[in-house]
Unconditional design. Structure first.
Length: 197
């Protein structure tokens, strides 16, 4: 009989991350970390996503109780070296989809783990995504569904936007918001998860 898993807190308000972590069969508390997510002048996407994961982890650890492990994460969509955040309105959403059309972009996620006020591990995962051609009308119809309004890059690969993707290299779950293989490996390495599944 394997030992029970350690107590885990997810420092994220993202329902996608909750769903992904749940698919691993883990139980966890959810306590979102409220931090300033502004990009610093000249900050590279990799540096930004790592800083955000670390900042969210630090904020969550400050309020974490006892022996709980804390998992924090941040995901960005990057096109031509530029970070695409969440669209502020539908016009920006259309512009994002049109910019991504017929091009390759990156999705970067940094995942950080900590306990007792201390950061233990950080991993960054990169996935390349290729969209097919998308004309203005199709982009507008997609944005009008509302699916991408609260998502980096203005789209949800697990939704209708999956039909935009012609090629994906790397972790699919990373594009959704949490790279499962790498996250599980991190949790196992630090004894958060015992025998799995």
């Amino acid at each position: 009989m394997s030992a029970p898993n350690a107590k885990l807190t997810l420092a994220s308000a993202s329902p996608r991350r909750r769903e992904l972590l749940t698919t691993l069969g883990l139980s966890f508390d959810v306590r979102p970390a409220d931090v300033d997510e502004s990009v610093l002048p000249g900050e590279a996407p990799s540096a930004y996503v790592r800083r955000m994961a670390e900042t969210k982890l630090s904020a969550a650890l400050a309020g974490a109780a006892g022996e709980a492990f804390v998992l924090a994460s941040d995901t960005v969509v990057v096109l031509g070296g530029r970070i695409l955040g969440k669209p502020v309105d539908d016009e920006e959403g259309v512009a994002m989809i049109r910019a991504l059309a017929a091009r390759t972009h990156e999705v970067r996620t940094a995942v950080a783990l900590g306990r007792r006020g201390e950061a233990l591990s950080l991993v960054e995962v990169l996935t390349s995504v290729v969209f097919r051609a998308i004309d203005e009308d199709e982009a507008r119809r997609y944005v009008a569904t509302g699916e991408g309004r609260d998502k980096a890059g203005g789209y949800a690969v697990q939704g209708r936007a999956g039909a935009f993707v012609t090629r994906l290299e790397g972790s699919y779950s990373n594009v959704v918001g949490l790279p499962l293989a790498e996250t599980l490996e991190m949790l196992r390495a630090h004894g958060v998860v015992g025998a799995w599944p």
